[in-house]
Design a protein around this ligand. Structure first.
Ligand code: NAD
Length: 281
């Protein structure tokens, strides 16, 4: 069965739009773009578009390569103080001369819409409620929930150990009682581990990571990868055509995890807005 991230994300965004229409004050999302990478520009434009569509306030700060670390530090301090801004996102990667981690750490954790601040990462990994959870793994958890995919006692393989996908993904699965293996570039027996897994989440950015001979009948396959081929067409890292008949559920690329990431960004912004409103009472 195809996991339709486009459909699920549409429902989430529609629900947020309805709720936002009833608000006097609107949730505000600030995005900082300090890179000239074309993909980053596209991501930022679509974040802005979605935010405006559902009635949020959108603040986008675009910088050229002359920007200094101190300019961004100053901006983040201002955004931390701005009561109309509820979520702050730094689009990664940044220009090479900038230090992303230092900037992430000065975002107020209560406005850290990506869930990258060490306070939120620490809260997540201690089983405490973070102010926000990283959007991509959170979106995948929503897909499991939507399709009633059972996680308790299932063997789940996460491939890729990045801070934005693999690690938080493994933690969220663990919290839902899956037995989790977190594989990475130094893992040697990936095929054998994959073949024994009920759920495989592939997030490496490498084409053809998951082939049919690695998948057991009825497994759930989640493809996080976004790879552009030579003709500029997007595809994932799972051999979709040869696996769709073996898997019980599978995500397409595009139209699977990608749209969920953006929907979760909006959901996180809304939740941070609500928290800020409650704190005022
Ligand atoms: P990353 O480069 O930070 O991390 C890749 C991880 O894959 C590393 O931990 C590395 O150890 C592992 N890896 C690399 N080669 C491997 C191999 N041969 N075997 C096992 N593990 C291997 O990447 P990332 O930021 O986590 O992103 C991964 C992919 O997901 C990229 O294609 C990215 O574009 C995509 N992505 C998609 C979304 C979305 O919304 N769909 C969001 C974030 C990232």
């Amino acid at each position: 069965m195809l996991i339709d991230g486009k459909l699920v994300s549409k429902e989430i965004l529609e629900d947020l739009k309805q709720k936002t229409q009833k608000l006097n004050e609107k949730p505000g999302l600030a995005v900082i773009l300090a890179n000239d990478n074309p993909a980053s520009k596209v991501y930022v434009n679509s974040k802005e578009k979605r935010a405006l569509e559902i009635g949020f306030r959108s603040y986008v700060y675009r910088f050229d390569r002359n920007v200094k670390q101190t300019d961004l530090i100053k901006l983040i301090h201002e955004l931390n103080q701005n009561p109309s801004v509820h979520g702050i996102l730094i689009q990664l990667p940044l220009f090479n001369h900038l230090n992303a981690q230092q900037l992430i750490e000065i975002i107020n954790p209560k406005k850290d819409v990506d869930g990258f601040h060490p306070v939120n990462v620490g809260r997540l990994h201690s089983g405490l409620k973070p102010y926000a959870v990283c959007c991509t793994p959170l979106g995948i958890m929503k897909l499991f929930e939507y399709y009633n995919i059972e996680l308790t006692a299932k063997s789940a393989l996460v491939i890729g150990r990045s801070n934005i996908v693999g690690r938080p993904m493994a933690e969220l699965l663990l919290q839902k009682n899956a037995t989790v293996t977190l594989a990475h570039s130094k893992t040697t027996n990936l095929k054998a581990i994959a073949k024994n897994s009920d759920i495989i989440i592939s997030a490496t950015g490498k084409a053809n990571m998951i082939t049919a001979d690695m998948v057991k009948k009825g497994a759930v396959i989640i493809d996080v990868g976004i790879i552009k081929n030579l003709e500029g067409k997007l595809h994932g890292e799972v051999d979709f055509e040869n696996i769709e008949n073996i898997a019980s559920y599978i995500t397409p690329v595009p139209g699977g995890v990608g749209p969920m990431t953006i929907a979760m960004l909006m959901q996180n912004t809304y939740n941070l807005f609500k928290e800020a409103q409650n704190a005022k009472l």
